[in-house]
Design a binder for this molecule. Structure first.
Ligand code: ADP
Length: 372
């Protein structure tokens, strides 16, 4: 039986283990060593230990339907008694099918929180028996889910401006009134810019997510802030927003990637401007954080964020108020970029906010470690 388990588990990997099962795992057929019995016992024990250590439950039944083997991981994978019952029922059902030659898979979703997803997979064996594998596929399932949601979100985000441009173009067709033509083309330009911003942010997010080009060196956060201020100067001037920078007297060096840090702090400052009223002030502070971090605080006195949205604003495409975000030209991707940059740097981003009073975003990045 061992050769069947190993063969099915390793699939394409050539397995040169030839073992035969009696009541307990028994001897390999060819053993050249002087003390064959000891070796057989050792190799069977290590195989049994190996199969027990696999992160999946394994059940083997003979062609009579009797369980011939069940590894210890079976109970670890299922966890609770309630789950155990569900998994047992699915395993039995699928093994029955495998015993008549049909390979079957079934997903069991366990409503959380947190949600767990197990997969039972039963295959017929050459000797007429069947093998069932039970695997916790939660992580794989979650990634698939994120990918599917992401594709749906991107399609939706791009479809909206493309739809608007199409309607505007149709209206424009055959139009002779100069003033109307000017208004329609103006709106078309705005929609195109919107689409282009979404694509730019998506590209930036994917570059930061992949992290391939990141260059982690000693970066002076003062230089990052100077660069950011330059980038946002026209937006700030347009809104008559004053940006006050408070710098500490001690070191502002962190271990990081200049491009990523500029992108993250740029997004925070841009949001602070976008979600503030005209003639207000924004403070950017560098502070000592905990655990040898340097904290960059970006504080505004704008519209603030409702408490129930605080957990969600870092999700891709999440906006508190879609209509308002449209007006400010938001893509809903800025804070996802900030969160990724924080994670890439081994840091974090936190937020405190009150509706109607304003928000403080705190990006914590590890300082450069002192070298002796
Ligand atoms: P957007 O491009 O829409 O600004 P973000 O990912 O940067 O996307 O932000 C997500 C949402 O969080 C925004 O749509 C907005 O509702 C809210 N938000 C972000 N920063 C602020 C802020 N400083 N003040 C108020 N709301 C904010």
């Amino acid at each position: 039986m061992w050769e069947l388990i190993v063969g099915v588990l390793l699939g394409a990997v050539a397995t040169v283990v030839v073992l035969r099962r009696t009541t307990r795992p028994s001897a390999p057929e060819v053993v050249e060593d002087a003390s064959p019995k000891e070796d057989v016992a050792n190799s069977n024990e290590s195989l049994e230990a190996l199969v027990d250590a696999l992160p999946m439950g394994i059940v083997v039944v003979g062609k009579d339907g009797q369980v011939r083997f069940r590894n210890n991981a079976m109970s670890t994978v299922t966890g609770t008694r309630h789950v155990d019952v569900l998994v047992e029922a699915a395993t039995e059902r699928l093994i029955d099918r495998a015993l008549v030659g049909k390979e079957r898979r079934e997903e069991i979703q366990l409503a959380g929180p947190p949600i767990r997803v197990l997969e039972v997979h039963a295959v017929p064996l050459n000797d007429g028996g069947a093998l069932a594998l039970v695997e916790d596929i939660t992580e794989r399932w979650r990634i698939d889910q994120v990918r599917t949601d992401f594709v749906a979100n991107v399609s939706h985000e791009l479809k909206t401006p493309v739809g608007a441009i199409s309607v505007l173009a149709e209206t424009l067709e055959g139009e002779t009134e100069d003033e109307l033509i000017l208004r329609l083309t103006g709106r078309m330009v705005l929609e195109t810019q919107r689409m282009s911003r979404t694509i730019d942010d998506l590209l930036e997010l994917s570059r930061i997510e992949l992290g391939g080009e990141a260059l982690y060196t000693g970066v002076d956060m003062n230089a990052v802030i100077t660069e950011v201020l330059e980038r946002v100067s026209s937006l700030a001037a347009k809104k008559k927003v004053e940006i006050v920078v408070e710098q500490p007297t001690n070191s502002t060096l962190v271990t990081g990637d200049f491009f990523q840090l500029t992108s993250a702090i740029g997004n925070l400052v841009e949001n602070a401007i976008k979600y503030s009223d005209t003639d207000s002030t924004i403070e950017v502070r560098l502070r000592d954080g905990s655990h040898s971090m340097l904290d960059v605080e970006v504080e505004d006195h704008g519209i603030g964020i409702p408490a129930e949205s605080l957990d969600r604003i870092f999700e891709r495409f999440y906006r508190v108020d879609r209509a308002r975000s449209r007006g400010t030209g938001g893509t809903g991707l800025g804070l996802s970029i900030v969160r990724h940059v924080a994670t890439n740097h081994g840091g974090e981003v936190n937020v405190r906010s009150r509706e109607g009073e304003g928000s403080v975003f705190i990006l914590s990045i590890p300082r450069v470690r002192a070298t002796s």
